[in-house]
Each structure stands twice: as C-alpha cells, then as structure tokens.
Write a protein that binds this ligand. Structure first.
Ligand code: SF4
Length: 213
C-alpha cells in the first residue's frame, strides 16, 4: 500500500505528463507547473501559471507571484520559508497563453477547468490542508461558490474543519485593487492570513506521513 506521500508524488507525476488540453487543441504551453511543500498544512490555489512560471517550471515566480509573496510576507510569512510551508495548486496547471486583446493571460475555458479539476481534487484530499488560500475569482468560485470579490476578500470561511481565505488575483492586469476600499479589503484579508498562519504553525506539525523520509 502506498503512503500518502507516494500517492501525492504519483499525482504530481501524472500532472507533469498530462497533455490533455493541448490534445484538444487549446493553445496552452504544455508544461505543467507545480511545486511547494508536500508536507504543508497550508494549500494555495491560484488560477493558472503565467509565462514566467511556465518557462521556469516554478509556481508564482513571475511578477504576479512576487506580488503575492510580498502580500504573504506582509501577513507574517517569512519570505524564505513560503515554498517550504505552502503547497501550490491551481485551477489549471499549464500556461494558457495571452488573451485575445493581448492585455493579460487567457482565462482557462470550462473544458480546461474540468480536465484539470481531478488533479486538484486528488492533491487537495492528499494534502488535507488546515488553511486554504484562494487566489483570484476562479479559485474562490470553485471552493466557495459564486460571489463578488468585494464580498469574499477580507472574510474567512470555515468548512469541514478547514479555513478558507480569499485573496484577489495579484496580476498587474487586474484593476480591482485600484479602489481604496479594495485595498482595505486586502489589508483585512492579510490580517486574517497572518492570524491563521500562526494558528496553523502552533497547532499542526507537518503531516507525519507526508514529511520527507
Ligand atoms: S492544464 Fe491541467 S488538464 Fe490541461 S494539459 Fe495542463 S495539466 Fe493537463
């Protein structure tokens, strides 16, 4: 019987080998991006990797990722430890390419989301996180249902013993944060992220069967 760590490694190998969206004709860069700590108790769900992430094969290493890490640092995460304390997921794992206007990245289609969803579900079940950070509207909708960002960011949600904290998408293409009231919502959200980060750190050592052997 496989340990949870071995099962997680198996899912990750399947993700790395997946070409399902490219085979259906979507203009993705078929190089899935995944990363983070296998024994993390904090799981972060983004939308899809950007072009820098696809080139480097490292999640959240581009400009939007750097902004997100700055937010997490503001919340209290030691920046150098973020990749050791968070497991990174996304709604889709391959760079979707530019949108038609060339102003940002293409939003993954419903079919791409459906194709990638089983990977996210399996990783989520195996990591079994205590704290889930939902980055952007698509991730928020997937876990909490449809709601405007202004109702989600700055609030906390509990379900099945987990805390879900929504954050806006950190892409520079988003204008949502231009409004001062949304900056305040982000500030409140980061206070919650810091509070729950400290709680998880105090309460929960890494999952013993997911820790490195
Ligand atoms: S986005 Fe997901 S389902 Fe689509 S090819 Fe990449 S890993 Fe496979």
């Amino acid at each position: 019987m496989m340990t949870r760590r071995e099962e997680l490694e198996k899912v990750r190998a399947e993700i790395r080998a997946c070409r399902a969206c490219a085979e259906r004709g979507y203009p993705i860069r078929p190089r899935p991006v995944l990363g983070g700590a296998l024994d993390a108790r904090i799981l972060l769900v983004g939308q899809a990797p950007g072009v820098t992430e696809a080139e480097e094969a490292v999640p959240f290493c581009g400009p939007a990722g750097k902004r997100l890490f700055t937010w997490l640092e503001r919340a209290g995460f030691p920046r150098a430890r973020i990749r050791d304390e968070v497991y990174f997921c996304a709604m889709t794992r391959c760079y979707p390419g530019k949108d038609g206007r060339g102003t940002g990245d293409r939003r993954p289609s419903r079919e791409e989301l459906a194709l990638c969803a089983p990977f996210l579900a399996r990783e989520f079940a195996l990591v079994d996180p205590l704290l889930v950070l939902l980055v952007g509207q698509m991730a928020i909708e997937r876990f909490l249902g449809k709601m405007p960002l202004r109702q989600a960011v700055g609030q906390e949600f509990e379900a099945e013993g987990r805390t879900y904290l929504p954050l806006p998408h950190p892409s520079g293409a988003s204008t949502w944060l231009n409004a001062p009231e949304n900056q305040e919502r982000l500030r409140q959200a980061l206070i919650l992220v810091g509070r729950h980060y400290r709680r998880v750190k105090e309460l929960a050592p890494p999952c013993p069967d997911l820790a490195p052997a």
